[in-house]
Design a protein. Sequence first.
Length: 168
Amino acid sequence: MLYLGRQKRGRYLLLKLNLVFCIGLSLLLLMAPKRPELFGAKVKELFVKFYGWPELARVVEKHYDPTLPLLTSHREIASSLAFYMKGHPHAYVLNLENRIDNQYHLWRRDEELVGREVFLVKKWSDEPPYLKEAKKLDEVVIKIEGKSKVYSLWRGILVKDKVKDEGA
């Protein structure tokens, strides 16, 4: 071993300990999404929203017709389906209030779809009032940590302007 003075050996040891600590902490943080139960209930609850997307994408792929625009009720559904589905389809996010809340409202405006047949993926199983001739294709229930996420798949003609007029 290389001879180092007592002070330099102490610094070298401190550097090694810091390196081991940093690598250990990094590995521990990288484990959090895979094993959140190791970090307690509050941390575990934070990660629930990240689970279930691949399962939803598999069910959507069974029913999805690529000739139809993919419309979703929420941006997190749009981004997750665009990531997990084969072909990474472009998704529209329903904007009933006609205000820009997220990037999807800028990229693809759902006004282009009014009067056209769409494939809709939405939260919950109730029939969407903004679809005419709505046909329910499937319902997906994903159970995670005692909680359920419910999504429904629909096909129909988008008539969101009529919903606005009725509500006014």
